[in-house]
Each structure stands twice: as structure tokens, then as C-alpha cells.
Design a protein around this ligand. Structure first.
Ligand code: MRU
Length: 357
């Protein structure tokens, strides 16, 4: 598929002893790779958004738990699984909203529990192999989301996206940007509009960076300009990613997504969420059950430059995500097809399709 950033956002270092990530806090000025060896480094990298985006967080967590297993010193299965549970809880506390973090940790724990018990080092080696599969699966799944999403788009369209749900949010292709890459591969010309995405500027720093690197026509706009772009007729579709999708289709994604969805409905523009099945959380009945991460107010008042941008002492409100009600979502594009309302029927149908394969 068409893409230009010639590296994986997250992968295992060749010697198998560290996770190699591209440090996203340094983009777009510098492309710096960072090796995460310790559990503290891994949790810190997730919390500080050096590695971010739901699928990339999931892959990092899978490798993280496999590396943690290599540190376990246990005499028997119970001892091993007990220590693994502690290490899992440590990584799970990194961020609360993206369900892929918990999904990946659960996958790894379940895999370990199913292994014939051997020397902990052997168990850890098997887990590392499983984490490699989680990475490979992300690539496969995102390609399929790309194909399914492309079928909804037309050559020449203006497409608005919010935050970054591209290559930098996954391993290679991303979710919301995968259809754009798939289209570019076939010679489609899309005009991408990237919301800057306050306060941490994932749209400006990351989406605009990777879209331009891929040679795709890209316009950066401040979040409060999306309405004007829609009113002018520049936007024919909205594509966004997701951090967690509830059983009824309500979707948590980067703060500001809800506003974009409301605007899209007003202007009659289709609003698509693109996400793998690992982002669906059947334990959340609706968006009300999704925990929204609250981040330090200084991300608003000082941003990246550590200089005051607001009066000292002003109250600060910094939820990192919001929930878009299912009623505002035209369709949810997954690797098993597109779910549409009523989502309580169409989401289980996606899982049933996976079972049949
Ligand atoms: O806080 P971030 O940068 O991790 O938030 C990322 C998003 O909200 C993405 O849209 C979401 O994780 C989907 S990534 C394919």
C-alpha cells in the first residue's frame, strides 16, 4: 500500500530485548527512534505519548508484557502467572481510554496461561513470538480496513480527519488513513484536511507530517475552522479512528471528534469511524461506561514550549477524549466490513464474521 514513512511505528529491536518506537513527541522536527527496555520506560512512553494511538499502544503493550515475562523468576506456573498479573497491572495503568491496551495485555496473559509450563525464560520467548504476531496482525487488519473504507470514497473527494489515526497510530497503515493510502495506491487524488487537534497537535505534528510524506495533497486547519471548510463544500467525508467503541456504537476518540461529528451531521457529510475489532469493547454498553482520560492542565496552559499561554491560576479542563453518540456515525469501518445502525445488531455481525473465518 502507498506510504512513505519507511519504518514501523513500533516493533521489536533485532536482538529481541527492547521495543523500538519512533518518538512521536519529537515529530515533525526530528525523526528519532527510541529503545524501550524497562517496564518503567514502556509505561512512561505510553503515558507521555512517545507512542500513541490505540493500535500502536496495543502492540507496545504486547511486547511490554512479553519483555516483562523475561524478568520473572518463578518456580512454578502459579508463581509465574502471579508475577505476570502484577506486571500486567503495572502496564495497564499507563492510560485508561484506548481499549487496545487492555485487549493486548489480556491476549498475552491468556496466551501464557495456555502454554505448557516450562522454564520462565522459555515462556517469555514464546510470549515474544506471540507479540510479534500481534504486530503482524495489526498490519494485516489495517490493510483490510483500508480496502473496506476505500469502497465508501470517491476519487477527488475532500476528506477531513481529526487527531492522528494513520501509520503513526498503528504499525504501518493506521485505521482512518488506511483508506487514503489504499486510494493513493490506485491513483486516486484525495484532498486531506487535517484538524490540528488541540491541545497536543496530533493532527498538525503527525497527520500532516505523514500525509505530506506520502505525497498526498494536505491542508492543515485549526480545529475551529472545520465548520467553515464544511460550509464551503470542501469536505465530502470525515474519517476518524477510535479508542474504544461501546456495544451500542458510541465511540470514544480524541477530544474534538464529537464536535466534528455534530458539524458533519449539520452539513449532511458522511462521518465514518475506522477501527479494528480489537477496539470494540462489548463490556461497555454505551459511551457512558467509557473512562475518559483526564490529562494535566499544563498541556493547555503551557503546551509544548513550557511558556505560559494562559493567566497563572486559571482553572483548566483537559479531557483527552470525547464520546460521539452512535446516532452521529454513518458507519464503522472494520476489517470485517462496515457496521451501520442499528449497531447493536451490526457490531455482533462483525464478530460473527470473524468467527466464521
Ligand atoms: O491521545 P492519542 O494521541 O493516543 O489519541 C489518539 C486517538 O484519539 C486516535 O484517533 C485513536 O487512538 C485511533 S488511532 C488508529
Amino acid at each position: 500500500m502507498h506510504r512513505r514513512l519507511d519504518y514501523r511505528t513500533v516493533t521489536l529491536r533485532e536482538d529481541g530485548r527492547a521495543i523500538r518506537i519512533i518518538d512521536q513527541t519529537r515529530l515533525p522536527q526530528q525523526v528519532v527512534f527510541c529503545d524501550l527496555e524497562t517496564q518503567e520506560q514502556i509505561r512512561h512512553a505510553i503515558y507521555t505519548l512517545q507512542v500513541r494511538g490505540a493500535p500502536a499502544i496495543g502492540v507496545t503493550a504486547a511486547y511490554g508484557l512479553a519483555l516483562a515475562a523475561g524478568e520473572i523468576d518463578a518456580r512454578d506456573r502459579d508463581g509465574f502467572m502471579g508475577q505476570l498479573a502484577d506486571k500486567k497491572a503495572y502496564l495497564a495503568a499507563a492510560r485508561p481510554t484506548a481499549v487496545n491496551l487492555f485487549w493486548a495485555l489480556d491476549e498475552m496473559e491468556t496466551f501464557a496461561a495456555g502454554l505448557r509450563y516450562r522454564d520462565p525464560k522459555q515462556m517469555a520467548a514464546d510470549m515474544l513470538q506471540r507479540a510479534r504476531e500481534v504486530e503482524a496482525q495489526d498490519v494485516r487488519v489495517c490493510r483490510r480496513i483500508g480496502e473496506n473504507g476505500l469502497a465508501l470514497l470517491q476519487d477527488g473527494w475532500g476528506i477531513l480527519t481529526h487527531c492522528n489515526a494513520g501509520q503513526l497510530a498503528a504499525v504501518l497503515y493506521g485505521t482512518a488513513l488506511a483508506p487514503v493510502y489504499a486510494g493513493a495506491e490506485r491513483g486516486y487524488t484525495f484532498h486531506m484536511y487535517c484538524d490540528e487537534t488541540r491541545p497536543l497537535l496530533q493532527g498538525a505534528r503527525l497527520t500532516a507530517f505523514e500525509m505530506r510524506a506520502a505525497g498526498i495533497d494536505t491542508t492543515l486547519l485549526c480545529d475551529n475552522m472545520a465548520a467553515t471548510a464544511m460550509a464551503r463544500g470542501d469536505i465530502q467525508a470525515v474519517l476518524v479512528g477510535a479508542d474504544r467503541i461501546a456495544a451500542n456504537g458510541d465511540t470514544a476518540n480524541k477530544i474534538g471528534t464529537l464536535g466534528v461529528a455534530i458539524l458533519a451531521q449539520h452539513y449532511g457529510i458522511p462521518f465514518y469511524v475506522c477501527a479494528p475489532l480489537s477496539t470494540f469493547d462489548p463490556c461497555c454498553e454505551s459511551g457512558a461506561d467509557i473512562t475518559i482520560e483526564q490529562r494535566p492542565g499544563t498541556e493547555i496552559s503551557e503546551m509544548w514550549y513550557k511558556q505560559p499561554m494562559a493567566p497563572a491560576g486559571v482553572k483548566l479542563y483537559n479531557p483527552a477524549f470525547d464520546v460521539t453518540p452512535a446516532a452521529l456515525i454513518t458507519g464503522i469501518v472494520s476489517e470485517y466490513g462496515v457496521a451501520r445502525a442499528p449497531y447493536t445488531h451490526s457490531i455482533p455481525a462483525l464478530f460473527a464474521a470473524r468467527k466464521r473465518q
